[in-house]
Unconditional design. Structure first.
Length: 207
């Protein structure tokens, strides 16, 4: 085989490689897919750069118990309490399960049920299970008392927590009294208008 034949073979191979390269570049530019404007799904608990801000979370307003408890749905609260029964006994004279019994829990001093081994975080928190304390704790136990043994994910809905607390209040020998409603905020006084300035060049009237 002479040099002319080898040159033809080399030219054919080189031409094929150039053709494949051109087709590949053309395909990439034609079918290039840009980033989606909206994600197909959102993974709960994972923050994205677009949603992460440096602003502190807004603290949830506490209910006016004197207003919300009389209107609360105790029956719905009882239904919600079944979630608590996985770890707590709600009956009178109930036994210790994963958590302490919850009969007479509203108004009880924190971490004081006899025979239950409370976490050091719960003991250090102190205070009592008031309406406000239960409302904040049940929303997210681990977030409110870091280090508590209670692994319950929490109730995000404020209405669900109010109904549950209304039921837990009745689940007692002597239910804690419902407080009086908070007084309505006084309306703000209207701002006084400033006196009009005299027009330029005007002369005061002489008596």
């Amino acid at each position: 085989m002479d040099s002319w034949e080898w040159n033809k073979i080399a030219g054919a191979v080189l031409g094929t490689l150039i053709f494949v390269l051109v087709i590949r570049l053309a395909s990439e530019s034609l079918f290039e897919v840009g980033p989606p404007t909206k994600p197909g799904y959102v993974v709960e608990g994972v923050e994205t750069a677009a949603t992460t801000t440096s602003a502190a979370p807004v603290e949830e307003a506490l209910p006016d118990w004197g207003t919300v408890l009389p209107k609360a749905d105790v029956s719905k609260g009882h239904d919600i309490s079944h979630k608590c029964e996985q770890c707590h006994d709600l009956s009178k004279g109930g036994s210790i399960k994963i958590g302490p019994p919850l009969y007479n829990v509203v108004g009880r001093a924190r971490a004081t049920y006899p025979g239950f081994d409370y976490s050091s975080a719960m003991k250090a928190k102190g205070g009592s299970w008031t309406f406000d304390e239960l409302f904040k704790f049940v929303k997210s136990p681990q977030a409110y008392i870091e280090g508590t043994k209670m692994s319950f994910a929490g109730l995000h809905s404020a209405d669900d927590r109010i109904n549950l607390i209304a039921y837990l209040r009745t689940n007692a020998d002597s239910p804690v009294p419902i407080p009086a409603p908070k007084p309505a905020a006084a309306p703000a006084a209207p701002a006084k208008a400033a006196p009009a300035a005299p027009a330029q060049g005007s002369q005061p009237k002489k008596g």
